[in-house]
Design a protein around this ligand. Sequence first.
Ligand SMILES: NC(=O)c1ccc[n+]([C@@H]2O[C@H](COP(=O)([O-])OP(=O)(O)OC[C@H]3O[C@@H](n4cnc5c(N)ncnc54)[C@H](O)[C@@H]3O)[C@@H](O)[C@H]2O)c1
Length: 255
Amino acid sequence: MFDIAGKIALVTGGRRGMGRTHALMLAKQGAKVVITDVDLNECQLVEAEVRSGGGEAACFKMDVSNAEEVNRVFDEVIKQFGRLDILVNNAGIYAPKQALELTEEDWDKTININLKGQFLCAQRAAKEMAKNNWGRIINIASIASGGVGIGFEGSTHYAASKAGIIGMSESLAVELAPLGITVNVIAPGVIDTPMVHEQDKELSEDVMKEILQRVPLKRIGRPEEISAAVVFLASEEASYVTGATLYVDGGWLAA
Ligand SMILES: NC(=O)c1ccc[n+]([C@@H]2O[C@H](COP(=O)([O-])OP(=O)(O)OC[C@H]3O[C@@H](n4cnc5c(N)ncnc54)[C@H](O)[C@@H]3O)[C@@H](O)[C@H]2O)c1
C-alpha cells in the first residue's frame, strides 16, 4: 500500500519543519525527492538525510514567489529526472500582525509566497505531469483557511492566503482531472515545527493552553502526522480523491 517507488516528487519549503518530514517520508516510500527552499545549505542537510536512509534526492534553491526561479528549477528537475509526478506545495510563511497595522507590503509578501507561489509551482508541475497523464498535486493550507468557523487574531493576511489555496485547488482539480492529475489540500491544525516556535511571543502559554483545550487529542501534532497524509494523497491508492481538503487537526473541527 502507498507505494510510490520510482516516482519523482518535488517538495517546496523542504529544508525544515513539515517540508523536511514530507521529503523523508516520500523517500521512505520509494520516491526520488527534490528538496527546494530559500536556503540551499539546509536543503543539502535534508538531501543527505534522505541519502543516508538509502533514498535518492536532489536539492535546489527556489523562492516559490519568483516565477523566473520556479521555471528555472523545474527545467533543471526535468533535465535531471526526466519528469515530475508529485508536487507538495508546502512552502509558507506565518507573520502574524493585527489587521489595522498590516502594510500593503506585509499583505503582498504573505499572498505572494503562500498563494501565488503555490499557483506558480502547480501550473508548471501540471504541464509536466500532463505529458504522462499522471500527477499528484498536494497543497498545504491550514485550519486557519476559513469557512470552518475559526478565526485567528493577527491572521487576516495568512487566512486569506490559505483560503485562496482551497478555492484554487478545487478549480485546479476540475481542470486537471482529464489530464490524470489529482489536486488536494491538507489543512493541518497546530503542528510542532519551527514556524510555531518562532511565534512564541504571539503564541503565549495562555494561547497554547486555549488551543490544547480545543483539541480533543490534547496535544499539538507531529510533522510526520501530516507527512502520512501527504504520502496517502501522493499514492496510486488515492486515485479517486481529488478536489478534497483533508483536515489533520487532532479533532479540533469536530469539537
Ligand atoms: N506549523 C503549523 O502549525 C502549521 C499549521 C497549519 C499550516 N501550516 C503550513 O504548513 C507549511 C509548512 O510549515 P511549517 O510549520 O513546517 O513551517 P516552517 O517555517 O518550519 O517551514 C516553512 C518552510 O517554507 C520555507 N519558505 C518560506 N518562504 C519561502 C519561499 N518564498 N520560497 C520557498 N520556501 C519558502 C521556509 O524557509 C521553511 O523552510 C506552511 O505552508 C504553513 O503555513 C503550518
